[in-house]
Design a protein around this ligand. Structure first.
Ligand SMILES: O=C(O)C(=O)C[C@@H](O)[C@H](O)C(=O)O
Ligand SMILES: [Mg+2]
Ligand SMILES: [Mg+2]
Length: 389
């Protein structure tokens, strides 16, 4: 089988917060007629440059046309040369590699007539626990609306949440106080996520202040790539520490400096399922746990993570993929399913990734390019359309 054409389609899908995220749908056509789909998820992250879609499609055509999609190792090597690893969380080259790599696994598993998970180590589980994100408070009066989100999501079966913290610790504290006084043991706070906003000492002070409330772990409590800072925090904090993995070199440094207890692995940030599996193996060798992170993908990207997570032996903490619940709509005929706060894998009898494109929805949300419009840094950091200064 050989790849015959790469097709890219950009879509802009709003979240319930009003923030519009731009994603790129990948189609890999082959000479056998099978078509693989993937998702270059959420380009709407800093830094504010954008990728030219026509140029990207031509570049991927030149790399991929004529290649056998089963040659995932060789294709990933070529993609790395063209969209190199970077010591940066939101490196757009990683999103690009991820969309293509996912489509490789989809077209190969479709060609073989098996579920994608069969090419990713099989299934240890048909579902895994996820948590719903509560985005960062900047003002005390945002607590009410976030408590309302918890109330509504709890009714839908999501009983676990993660809280972005660090901009207004008074509001963080007020929110946690309200959660435990109103919902008691019915709600679990999985993590405080500092998103690399504070240095490790400030994050430690805030964590100690908030530790009178129960939570399970702390994420990103140091500046970008501050491997020593993460280790200092970790040795002085009673809670497990997680950090996103955005490159093999970064993960190597975190292993060498014993920076974390948990690697947060999302294919979008490490550049694909192939790279994510390597990161998961490295974590296993280092005796660390993993959880599956997210950039808040649509159903294609989320389904790929469900297949990826189904085989991991050390998936010891609640994971994060809830994108299809955050967007007002999706671009597939049947959204990936959640059940009582668990992300469910597609039926194993379905070949491939397990979701299909809905071209009516794609046309509805199609955008001509990945240009930015007039979003502010605050909106980009806290994923909201709020314009309060
Ligand atoms: O755990 C995180 O950090 C995130 O989820 C980052 C978010 O910004 C995510 O990428 C999003 O778009 O909500
Ligand atoms: Mg995080
Ligand atoms: Mg994102």
């Amino acid at each position: 089988m050989k790849i015959s054409k790469v097709k890219l389609t950009a879509v802009g899908v709003p979240r319930h917060t009003g923030f519009v995220n731009k994603h790129v749908i990948v189609q890999l056509e082959t000479d056998e007629g099978a078509v693989g789909i993937g998702e270059m998820s959420d380009f709407s992250h800093l830094p504010r440059y954008s990728v030219d879609m026509k140029d990207l499609e031509a570049t991927l055509d030149s790399i991929l046309i004529g290649k056998n999609p089963f040659d995932t190792a060789d294709i990933n090597r070529e993609l790395d040369l063209n969209f190199p690893q970077a010591l940066y969380y939101y490196e757009k080259g990683s999103f690009i590699r991820n969309g293509v790599d996912t489509a490789l696994y989809d077209v190969c598993s479709k060609f073989l007539g098996v579920s994608m998970s069969d090419l990713l180590g099989g299934r240890q589980r048909e579902k895994f626990k996820v948590c719903y994100p509560i985005f960062r408070h900047r003002f005390l009066d945002e607590v009410d609306e976030n408590i309302e989100i918890v109330r509504g999501r709890l009714e839908q079966g999501f009983d676990t949440f993660r809280l972005y913290v660090g901009k207004n610790v008074d509001a963080d504290e007020a929110f946690l106080d309200r959660v435990y006084s109103e919902f008691g043991g019915k709600v679990t706070i999985k993590s405080l996520d500092f998103s690399h906003l504070l240095d490790w000492k400030d994050a430690l002070r805030a964590t100690k202040r908030l530790s009178k409330y129960h939570f399970e772990l702390v994420e990103s409590p140091a500046f970008w790539n501050d491997f020593e800072g993460l280790n200092h925090f970790r040795l002085q904090c009673e809670f497990p520490v997680s950090e996103h993995v955005w490159s093999p070199r970064q993960q190597y440094e975190m292993i060498k400096k014993d920076s974390v207890d948990i690697f947060n692995i999302a294919p979008v940030f490490i550049g694909g399922l192939t790279a994510a599996r390597k990161a998961a193996y490295a974590a296993e060798v280092a005796g660390k746990s993993v959880l599956i992170g997210t950039t808040q993908e649509l159903s294609i990207g989320t389904s790929a993570m469900a297949h990826f997570g189904s085989a991991l032996p050390h998936l010891n903490y609640t994971s994060d993929p809830t994108g299809p619940e955050l967007y007002i709509d999706d671009i597939v005929t049947q959204k990936i399913k959640y059940e009582n706060g668990y992300l469910r894998l597609p039926d194993r009898n379905i070949a491939g990734i397990g979701v299909d494109l809905d071209w009516n929805k794609i046309e509805k949300y199609r955008v001509p390019d990945l240009s930015w419009g007039d979003v502010s840094v605050h909106q980009l950091q806290d994923r909201t359309s709020q314009t309060r200064g």
